[in-house]
Design a protein around this ligand. Structure first.
Ligand code: ZN
Ligand code: MN
Length: 138
């Protein structure tokens, strides 16, 4: 999806360089909600000329263009999601794994508030312990 947007020139401000394209390639269809550090670690392996600043700046451009969603569910670092469709997230408080919650969760603001605001979206964060982290230690 991201790659298609880029090929059509639909990502505003995106400059095509081998480094930036490698970042896009890594993010396209990525379901792991990586941080900038995670992305850098992987793409720098194949692209030794990659700098962390390039990863950071590219992410900023993609978020500004609405092509990537920035998540603040992890208190330690921002996480990035190439899936910009409306969906919610669940984080494991042990390993900080972030997974998608598919489907709609019916929620609404109290009646009085919708007079003052027109609601354009929502994002629900769930916290839990994954089955791996919940296993008793041997
Ligand atoms: Zn876990
Ligand atoms: Mn997601």
């Amino acid at each position: 999806m991201l790659k298609k947007l880029q090929q059509k020139g639909m990502i505003k401000g995106f400059k095509r360089t081998p480094q930036r394209l490698a970042i896009l390639d890594h993010l396209d269809g990525n379901k792991s909600h990586p941080s900038a550090e995670d992305i850098y670690r992987v793409v720098a392996r194949k692209n030794p000329s990659m700098s962390f600043a390039t990863v950071y700046n590219t992410l900023h451009t993609l978020v500004q263009a609405g092509a990537v969603r920035e998540l603040t569910i992890d208190p330690d670092r921002k996480r990035y999601d190439p899936d910009t469709s409306g969906h919610h997230h669940l984080i494991c408080l042990g390993c900080r794994k972030v997974v998608d919650i598919p489907g709609d969760i019916p929620v609404d603001v109290p009646r009085g508030m919708s007079n003052e605001f027109s609601i354009v979206g929502n994002h629900i964060e769930f916290y839990g312990i994954c089955s791996h982290c919940g296993k008793p230690r041997k």
